[in-house]
Every structure is written in structure tokens, then in C-alpha cells.
Design a protein around this ligand. Structure first.
Ligand code: SF4
Length: 695
């Protein structure tokens, strides 16, 4: 039977942080028809190649359909009892900080909320971190330093209203394609100018007025230079500057900065500064090229500094804009799914906030110190401090820096649980217990996209085999660990109400994240919930932040942070003379567990490759399509050479997606050093050094 005649169900794409609305209709025999939702404010019916191929990725061929212990299928009771028992015994013997959760921006907000509550409220440790640490932790840290809160100031409508959009370290055309389409539409209708700031010539440069191919890691030098020009040319917004502190010191500090670090010619710098300063409506979009750096937080603040000083924030067509990589990176931030955050944008280090959350949850204690951030968490696994580890919907054996060492650490951990939709990941292969989870289109809940819009994901397909929802699995383990009352949920709507109620307490503390007007939402209203941008309170729904010049620091002022530009942690040496940049492709997602199921997507760029400048290729004796061996102290990868001037001499680019399963010897994160930003803990995934030889 096919699905013709069945109604379509509104849901949300499970890939990037654009958060496009989709309309789903089962097409019979497990298939799914997918089209863009014309009413969703993120995409108005548009979908990119990945979103439009979703229907090809819902087959059960590679699904994990039953719990497994040691590779042998078992029943849920046996698996859950074992998980609860092993976590309890590790905590009893070694304390709460001997266990850890490593979760994912793929989780729905309700799942994330329960995971965070279990770890921070009842286990009593802050050792829960998420793969969003690899994506936008530097933006979180930069927002908090500047604004006093992790607030995305603007909205997608600002892209429609801007006259200049600057993309910094963001290949928007491939990584947030529908947002890029929206930008191109604005370019067509109002002539919006586009500047791309990226060491690499990417697909986003095709429609740019200016491409600044700066040296890796020099973004802060560029924006410090812009700040000094804003000050020198009298472009500081004097009225708005009354809401800021630190401007003079930051300008003085930036003056000392050396624009030569960017490697950009004077005429390009002048063209950029002129355009930015002379265009009142400017949006600066930034992404992993800024965040994935040992100076990521400083780079973020260098960008925020310029928008704050010029008063180009909180107004239509203006603002700094962090676009998130994952479908629910923002939801993870909202529930406090990072090791250094509490729930609802409350602060772990604030005793009043902790007391309020502890009382609300009915927990004995909430930890006062930050837990282990991702890189440190896997170091702690490697050195034996972590005795029990639960990894949920992510594949750190491939995606973490120093991936070979991380894979070995997970394999050696005394007890590792993996919840996922497939057993065929490099991480699942070395786990002790596998728990089958429901996938996108089989589960109910909410996600938040890059512009704070909360959207529903809805179930249109049955849970296959014994698969269960993540909130349900986590709550079951919580109950079996003895925390019965706190995890007695009937459905995701109940969890959503609890989260919304807690956000009202955050609102009383003056925090930005407040959706308390949804605290009494009925099951039926939750089922029908339309895309809604937060905050959602009695007095306000959505909109921009900071139009009134009030920020979330105690004095109400924003901070201009004095930033000194610093190069990447590792510099080229005679043994490792090339800088390796890593990133995403248009048609693949993370470690390909879903996108590789689509023949159309897999046909775009079917094998792993490395981009090499023609002069480097000549000096290495490498021709197009040769196999190339890349090496450094951390690992090795063998990739197909593409000779191209899209990369600069001395710099390589390779995609992140391939795994031992999909292409042996092409796990690119095995070459990424585990160096991190000291503030955000985000690793430097875009500036590793390697040697190269023809294979
Ligand atoms: Fe999905 Fe992102 Fe593509 Fe939209 S732009 S369809 S959210 S992958």
C-alpha cells in the first residue's frame, strides 16, 4: 500500500541548524515522501540536497533493532539493569565524577533535558558534554563574555533586510544551503553585498563581491583592524556606546595588533573596511572557521566588538550571527547540555541559580564546578578516571580530534554504553552495551534552530524492532538508579512543560531564555505547536534582543573584550610543513550514518579527498587523482588528490565525513591535534600540521 491520500505531517529536518520545516507523508513499505514546508519561517518551502533526500534514508537496512551486550542481543530489562548497575557501582566506588555522558546536537530538547537532569541533578556530576562542543562552544563563550548570556541577538529576517552580509569561516552555500539561498534572494531583490572571509575559496565565494583569503587563524587581527577603523573614522555609535564598557581599552589593544598577520593586501583590507563602515545594515555570519580554533572565543568577541561599537545589533538587518551546525545545538544550550552550563541559561557558578534548579528538580545537590569538556572527557577516559561512559547519537571514535587515541580510549574504558540508531559506527563497535534508539521521523519532540525558533519533530513512522525514544531510555535508567519520582515521565510533552516551567525561574533571575508562557501547554497544543521563536512569555514572543541596549551582565552593559590575535597552536615545521583545514561537504552529514544511505547524496563527491595547491603538488610530485598519504604525530590518512587553487599554497583541505566503515584510512580527525581554546574548550579542527607524500 502506498501513502497517497494520507495527510502530510509537519516536522523539521534533522541536519543543520537552519532548521527547515518539512512535510512528511509515508509512501508505503517504510518509505517517506518529503517536501519543504511552505509555511515554516526558516525555509518557506525550500530544501537543500540533503533535506530533499531524507526520504531515501529511512530504510531499516542498517538499523540497530535490539539491545546488545557484548555483541549479543538481549531484552531491554537486562540491558537497562546492567547500565544502571554499572553506573551506580562506579559512582559508589569512585564518586560521581567517575562517570560521564557524551551526547549530541541530534538529540531533541526533551531528550537533552532528561540527560542533563540525570547527570547534573541526580548523579551529581557536571560530566555531560555534547558534540556541539566541536561546533559552537566558542560562540557560547563569546556571547556570554560580551552579553552576559548566550544570546543570539538577531533573526533570519535580518538576512532579508541587510545591505551587506559578511561570511566569516562559513561556507554557507554548502553547510547552511537554505540560508544561503535566502541570502541570494536578498542579493537579487535589494542588491545585498556579500563578503567571504575564508582562507579557502569555497562555493560561497561564487556570489561574493569580495573574498578575503586571509591566513588561517587571523580573523581576530582582521576584526581588530576593523574596530580601530570604526573608532578612527568616527563610526562608533555614541548613543549605543553608553551601553558598553571596555571600548577604549579594546581599541587601544587592537591598535597594537598587526594586520599583516592576515596576509591580505592593503587594497582588500581597505575595501572591506570601507564597505563595512559605510553600510549601516550589516550582518556578520560566522561558523566553524571562527569557532574551531584555539582562539575561537577571542575571534567571536572580535566580531561582536565591531557590531557593538558601531551599534549594529538589535536592529533590522544588523547583527553578529552564529549559525549552528546541528539541528538542535541550540536546544542543547537551552537545557544546559554543555559541561559548563546549567539548565535554561542559568549559571553553574552562581549559587542562587544552582539552589533554584536543585529545589525545582528535588535533587540533593547540583555540582558547582564545570564538568569535563569533550576533549578533556576523552583524555579522562584514556587515563582511567572515567569508569562508565554513555555515548548518545554521536561517533567520537571518528569525529573527535586525535580520533585514533579516542577510539582506543573508548575501547579500553571499563564500561561503555552507546545509544544509536545503528551498530555500524566506529564507536558502537567498541562499546560494551548498545541501546537501540528511535530515529528522526519515529520520535516526538522539539528542536531549536540558529535563530531561536523552536519547531516540532513529529512521528510518522513506527519505532522499528525494539527501538525506544531517548528520553524514555534515559528516564528508565534514572528510575533504575533509584531516582524514581524525578524521572516518571509519560511523554515528551510532560518534559517540555517541566523545562518551560524551569525557564520561568530563569526568567525571574533575569535570564534571556524564558518560554514560561508554554509551561501549561496541553498535550494537544504541544502536538500542534507551530514554529515559535523564543522568548515566549506573557509579555513577549520572539523578536530581536538588545534593541533597547540592555544586556544580561549585572550592570546591564555589554562588554567590549580586548582581544589579541594569536596564530594557531601548531605552526608548520620541516617535518609537518602543511596546514590541514577540515570541513563539511554539501551532500554529507557528520559521519554519514544517514546521508550515505542516499545514492543521490553519495554520488556528489563519492570518495575522500585532499585539496592541494598546484605548486605544492608539483613540489611533492603529486598529480591529480594520485593517492596521498598525510601524516603527523597523531595519525595518518590516505586520500585522493585534487589539485586546485581553491586552497592556498602550503594549505590543504580535507572533508570530515569518512569512517573506517566507509573508507578505511580516511578518518581525517585522526590527524587533528587535541588542542583547545582555553575558554570554550573547543578544539582547533582547522589548522593541524601534516606531511604529505605520494602513496
Ligand atoms: Fe535540512 Fe539544513 Fe538543508 Fe534545511 S538547509 S534542508 S535544515 S540540511
Amino acid at each position: 500500500m502506498d501513502g497517497a491520500g494520507l495527510p502530510e505531517t509537519k516536522s523539521t529536518c534533522p541536519y543543520c541548524g537552519v532548521g527547515c520545516g518539512v512535510l512528511l507523508r509515508p509512501s508505503g513499505e517504510g518509505g517517506l515522501d518529503v517536501r519543504g514546508d511552505p509555511d515554516h519561517p526558516a525555509n518557506f518551502g525550500r530544501l537543500c540536497s540533503k533535506g530533499s533526500a531524507l526520504g531515501q534514508t529511512v530504510g531499516l537496512e542498517h538499523r540497530l533493532l535490539a539491545p546488545q551486550i557484548g555483541g549479543v542481543e538481549t531484552d531491554w530489562d537486562t540491558a537497562l539493569d546492567l547500565v544502571a548497575e554499572r553506573f551506580k557501582s562506579a559512582i559508589a566506588q569512585h564518586g560521581p565524577d567517575s562517570v560521564a555522558f557524551y551526547v549530541s546536537g541530534q538529540l531533541l530538547t526533551e531528550d537533552y533535558y532528561v540527560a542533563n537532569k540525570l547527570m547534573k541533578g541526580f548523579i551529581g556530576s557536571a560530566n555531560i558534554d555534547t558534540n556541539s562542543r566541536l561546533c559552537m562552544a566558542s560562540s557560547v563563550a563569546g556571547h556570554k563574555r560580551a552579553f552576559g548570556s548566550d544570546t543570539v541577538p538577531g533573526t533570519y529576517e535580518d538576512l532579508d533586510q541587510a545591505d551587506l552580509v559578511v561570511l566569516v569561516g562559513s561556507n554557507l552555500a554548502w553547510c547552511h544551503p537554505v540560508l544561503h539561498q535566502r541570502l541570494l534572494q536578498a542579493r537579487k531583490t535589494r542588491g545585498t553585498k556579500i563578503v567571504v572571509v575564508d582562507p579557502r575559496r569555497t562555493a560561497s565565494c561564487a556570489d561574493a563581491d569580495l573574498h578575503l583569503a586571509l591566513q588561517p587563524g587571523s580573523d581576530a587581527a582582521l576584526f581588530n583592524g576593523l574596530l580601530t577603523q570604526i573608532a578612527a573614522r568616527g563610526a562608533v555609535d555614541a548613543d549605543y556606546a553608553a551601553n558598553l564598557s571596555g571600548l577604549e581599552a579594546a581599541v587601544a589593544s587592537a591598535t597594537a595588533d598587526d594586520l599583516t598577520a592576515t596576509g591580505l593586501p592593503h587594497h582588500e583590507l581597505r575595501a572591506f573596511f570601507d564597505l563595512w563602515i559605510n553600510t549601516p545594515k550589516v550582518v556578520t555570519i560566522y561558523s566553524q572557521g571562527v569557532n574551531q580554533s584555539t582562539t575561537g572565543t577571542d575571534k567571536v568577541n572580535a566580531i561582536l566588538n565591531c557590531h557593538l561599537a558601531a551599534g549594529r545589533i538589535g536592529k533590522p538587518g544588523c547583527g553578529p550571527f552564529s549559525v549552528t551546525g546541528q539541528p538542535n545545538a541550540m536546544g542543547g544550550r537551552e537545557v544546559g547540555g554543555l559541561a559548563n552550563m546549567l539548565a535554561c541559561h542559568l549559571d553553574l557558578e552562581n549559587a542562587d541559580h544552582r539552589a533554584a534548579v536543585r529545589q525545582f528538580w528535588g535533587a540533593d545537590t547540583v555540582p558547582s564546578a564545570a564538568g569535563l569538556k569533550a576533549v578533556d572527557m576523552f583524555s579522562a577516559v584514556a587515563n582511567g578516571r572515567i569508569k562508565a561512559l554513555w555515548i548518545i547519537h554521536t561517533n567520537p571514535a571518528v569525529s573527535m580530534p586525535d580520533a585514533d587515541a579516542v577510539r582506543d580510549a573508548i575501547a579500553a574504558c571499563p564500561f561503555t554504553v552507546v545509544s544509536d540508531i545503528t551498530a555500524q559506527t566506529d564507536t558502537a563497535r567498541v562499546a560494551d552495551v548498545l541501546l537501540p534508539a528511535t530515529a528522526w521521523a519515529e520520535k516526538e519532540g522539539t528542536v531549536t534552530n540558529s535563530d531561536r525558533t523552536i519547531s516540532r519533530q513529529r512521528r510518522v513512522l513506527p519505532a522499528p524492532g525494539l527501538a525506544r525514544d531517548d528520553w524514555d531510555i534515559l528516564a528508565e535508567v534514572g528510575r533504575r538508579m533509584g531516582f524514581d519520582d524525578a524521572f516518571d515521565y509519560a511523554n515528551p510533552a510532560e518534559i517540555f512543560r517541566e523545562h518551560a516551567t524551569l525557564s520561568g525561574i530563569a526568567g525571574q533571575f533575569g535570564r534571556d531564555y524564558d518560554i514560561s508562557a508554554l509551561a501549561d501547554i496541553s498535550d494537544a497544543a504541544y502536538a500542534a505547536l507551530q514554529p515559535t521563536r523564543w522568548p515566549v512569555t506573557k509579555n513577549r514572543i520572539g523578536g530581536r534582543f538588545f534593541a533597547d541596549g540592555r544586556f544580561f551582565h549585572a550592570d546591564g552593559k555589554a562588554r567590549i573584550i580586548a582581544v589579541t590575535s594569536r596564530p594557531p597552536a601548531t605552526s608548520p615545521t620541516p617535518d609537518s610543513p602543511f596546514v590541514l583545514n577540515t570541513g563539511r561537504l554539501r551532500d554529507q552529514w557528520h559521519t554519514m550514518t544517514r546521508t550515505a544511505l542516499s545514492p543521490r547524496l553519495s554520488g556528489h563527491l563519492p570518495e575522500p579527498f585532499v585539496d592541494i595547491h598546484p605548486k605544492d603538488a608539483a613540489s611533492l610530485g603529486i598529480s591529480s587523482s594520485d593517492l596521498v598519504s598525510l601524516r603527523n604525530a597523531h595519525g595518518r590518512a590516505i586520500l585522493r588528490a585534487r589539485i586546485t587553487k581553491d586552497v592556498q599554497q602550503g594549505q590543504f583541505f580535507a572533508p570530515i565525513h569518512w569512517t573506517a566503515e566507509t573508507a578505511r584510512c580516511a578518518r581525517i580527525d585522526a590527524l587533528v591535534a587535541p588542542a583547545t581554546d582555553p575558554i570554550s574548550g573547543q578544539p582547533e579542527s582547522k589548522a593541524s600540521t601534516v606531511s604529505a607524500t605520494r602513496f
